[in-house]
Design a protein around this ligand. Sequence first.
Ligand SMILES: [Fe+2]
Length: 235
Amino acid sequence: MSALSVDEFEKHLRSLCDRAYERPSSPDNPVMKLMQGELSIEEARQFWGGRWNRVLLLSQYVLPNLIRRCPHHDMRVELWPSVSVEYGGGDLAQSHPVLYRDFLTAIGIPEAECSFTLPADDPAIAREIDRLDGYDWLELLGRFLGRETVGPKVFPMIEEALAKAFGLDEHALAWFRVHGIQDQEDADDVFKVVRRYAITAEAQAKIEQAVQSWFDDSPEYCCAVGSMSYFYAAA
Ligand SMILES: [Fe+2]
């Protein structure tokens, strides 16, 4: 199989990203239930609390390994602005794990349950780290790109729906807001890197599969919940 041109591949990848947000949503999707005004606070705690370890894995494992495994110094530099926002650009209070912890405590999860240390003896964490260990830098880049598309696509309406459903204030929702705004720019920066390095058929296939695998791992966000926002707004 021959490689697509850089323009063709970017177009193909952007279309893949758009289509991820057209997939049908399962009826018990907590994000869709939120849009319909049917999500209880207990269900919200269960869903977003259950994603805490994923937030920790991103900052403690995925991003450090993306930088470490990347073979090109200039690309590490190019990725750094998108990566550093996860760490608050050096401001702990603005780092994304802290903002996410603040959201979890605002919906009633005790702070004591939001340890910043990953539970090393948790088999699910060990399995996820094993899986990530099998990824090379292009695959980690693809996973990062998939993740960066979520915020602009669905977080603004989730932020609005959470505020309405649970009376959360601006600070409690900052994690959603910063991703809704910042990640469009970050995704564009990652696309620039993809254009430079995904120039073989093998590299393009790796990136595409990794992007798709991230969408498949996050069906609650990566589906057509976006269409629900119109119903929500009209309600
Ligand atoms: Fe983040």
